[in-house]
Ligand binder design. Structure first.
Ligand SMILES: *[C@@H]1O[C@H](CO)[C@@H](O)[C@H](O)[C@H]1NC(C)=O
Ligand SMILES: *[C@@H]1O[C@H](CO)[C@@H](O)[C@H](O)[C@H]1NC(C)=O
Length: 352
């Protein structure tokens, strides 16, 4: 294996670079108390990583992206360790509201026969109440996943985690049932991907797995989350960036998956150019206007903002589904513009 350079990315948001030498690699002193550690390892081929693991007693867990593989060390065998703290509170939410969409001409699209049927949207958020009476017909709960608890039950345990249920209603709430609202793409299929939650923090690896989850089924990944507003420059880790590149090149049978992101709620004091999720080449960042047709007070100004959809301002807020089978009418923020855009894109994909 010569001078092969492995980049190891630790499952809890640190990364290490290991230069393999003839002497092999030895245990780091930093984390002796942790006896199982997961890494993303960069390599051209899986077989190189499998060989590496045979030699250094790690377990090969599988492929994450086209250039990153998931491995697990039973104990630390890292010679040189350098750390970098990555996006921690990724669960920072962009709250928003919404109930009418005066200029999006969605009802015209519906009359034209478009409703999102045949289009699958992954909602990356804090979970979804799968048996909500206005959502249950849209959710593919067999394909949904909870990356926080590592199981397949995406219904949140706490009412504090209602964000994803609100986001989902705007996309896919059932039509003609007199419950809450009708989603813009009411016949689309939703796959819930739980990556946020109270006290949860996710890693570059988890973000990558979420952004490439069920990539053979998902057409659009709807993301109403991102770095904390008003602070510094933050961007994707290298594994999640790799997942995005795979998605836009290999997704949708080579036509490219679509990544919609909320552009952030930092207002005029913030700038979404500094939000590496919104300003990334492979994402579609969506900001908000209010019912008055002007930028919402929380909207950020940046060159990368791709489009705006309606969201709530004090004069009129948005309505959607929420936990405990309820409806809410107090939503505002770019979090609720992003799913509207995802749903409009679903109608567009269905049309062509
Ligand atoms: C969605 O539209 C398709 C085709 O226009 C139609 O067959 C289907 O019944 C519609 N679904 C719903 C839930 O209205
Ligand atoms: C959830 O719904 C149940 C049944 O309607 C109700 O008894 C309960 O108080 C609700 N919980 C909250 C926190 O609203």
């Amino acid at each position: 294996m010569g001078d092969l350079m492995f980049t190891l990315i630790w499952g809890s948001a640190l990364f290490a670079v290991v230069q393999k030498s003839a002497a092999g690699i030895s245990a780091s002193q930093l984390h002796q108390d942790i006896d199982v550690v997961e890494f993303a390892v960069e390599s051209d081929t899986a077989s190189t990583v499998v060989d590496f693991c045979k030699r250094y007693e790690c377990s090969f867990l599988g492929k994450i992206t086209s250039k990153y593989f998931h491995i697990k060390f039973k104990e630390w065998t890292i010679r040189k360790f350098g750390g970098e703290k990555k996006l921690q509170d990724s669960a920072k939410r962009f709250y928003r509201n919404g109930d009418v969409f005066p200029n999006t001409r969605v009802s015209e699209a519906w009359r034209y026969g478009l409703n999102g049927s045949g289009i699958t949207i992954a909602v990356l958020d804090d979970g979804i109440q799968v048996d909500h009476p206005d959502l249950r017909q849209s959710i593919d709960d067999v394909s949904s996943i909870d990356f926080i608890d590592m199981d397949f039950n995406i219904t949140p345990d706490t009412l504090a985690d209602s964000h994803g249920t609100k986001v989902t209603g705007l996309i896919a709430a059932e039509a003609n049932n007199n419950v809450c609202i009708v989603g813009v793409a009411y016949a689309s299929t939703i796959i819930g991907v739980r990556i946020l939650g109270e006290d949860a923090s996710i890693t570059d690896i988890t973000e990558a797995m979420a952004l490439s989850y069920e990539s053979e089924k998902v057409d659009i990944y709807s993301n109403s989350w991102g770095p904390e507003d008003g602070h510094s420059y933050t961007t994707f880790g290298r594994v999640s960036e790799s997942a995005l590149i795979d998605g836009v090149t290999l997704g949708r049978n080579g036509k490219g998956a679509i990544y919609v992101f909320a552009a952030g709620n930092g207002g005029k004091g913030d700038n979404c150019n500094a939000d590496g999720y919104a300003s990334n080449l492979y994402t579609i960042p969506i900001t908000s206007i209010g019912i008055d047709g002007k930028a919402a007070h929380y909207s950020e100004v940046c060159a990368s903002a791709f489009a705006a959809t309606y969201s709530g301002i004090s004069e009129r807020k948005l309505t959607s589904t929420s936990l405990n089978s309820t409806c809410v009418s107090d939503l505002q923020g770019t979090s609720f513009s992003a799913p509207e855009a995802s749903a409009i894109l679903a109608l567009t994909l269905q049309a062509k």
